[in-house]
Design a protein. Structure first.
Length: 146
């Protein structure tokens, strides 16, 4: 991530004299704060539940910085609390489960999406939850679920 050939802004900054400007949304700040509490062993400050947006940003940061092993059991706790609230799985839930390396959860979400999916006249897959299946899902996830 920090090499000269990095596609990440942080890496590009290390190979130039310019100071990068990185825009961060509130959910990303909250997610990073939670991650720092976890890796600095401040478990009394780590929430047992997080909003779906914060969970998504936790997964993005975890994936980007390869932090899964440092987060212990927290990702499973956060994901399970969201799954209990979720009326329907979201396409993004596949990425979240994959980023946190929650294989059982990934399989469960995939199975639910597949079992509740039909084909439209144009061949597009649509779930009974009115989501287009495959839309905004990276190939690495689609390949893993087939």
């Amino acid at each position: 991530m920090l090499g000269r050939e990095s596609r990440f802004l942080e890496g590009q900054a290390s190979s130039s004299t310019k100071i990068p400007k990185v825009t961060v949304v509130d959910e990303s700040i909250k997610a990073m704060e939670i991650i720092l509490y976890v890796i600095h062993l401040q478990s009394h400050l780590v929430p047992e539940t997080v909003s779906y947006l914060v969970l998504r940003h936790l997964a993005i940061i975890c994936d980007k910085y390869d932090l899964r092993n440092g987060l212990g059991k927290w990702p499973e706790t956060w994901v399970n609390s969201q799954i209990e609230k979720m009326e329907q799985p979201r396409n993004e839930s596949l990425f979240i489960a994959l980023a946190f390396k929650l294989d059982t959860t990934f399989t469960k979400i995939t199975r639910t999406l597949i079992m509740n999916t039909g084909t439209l006249d144009d061949g597009t897959l649509r779930s009974v939850y009115h989501q287009i299946i495959g839309e905004n899902i990276p190939e690495v996830i689609v390949g893993r679920s087939t």
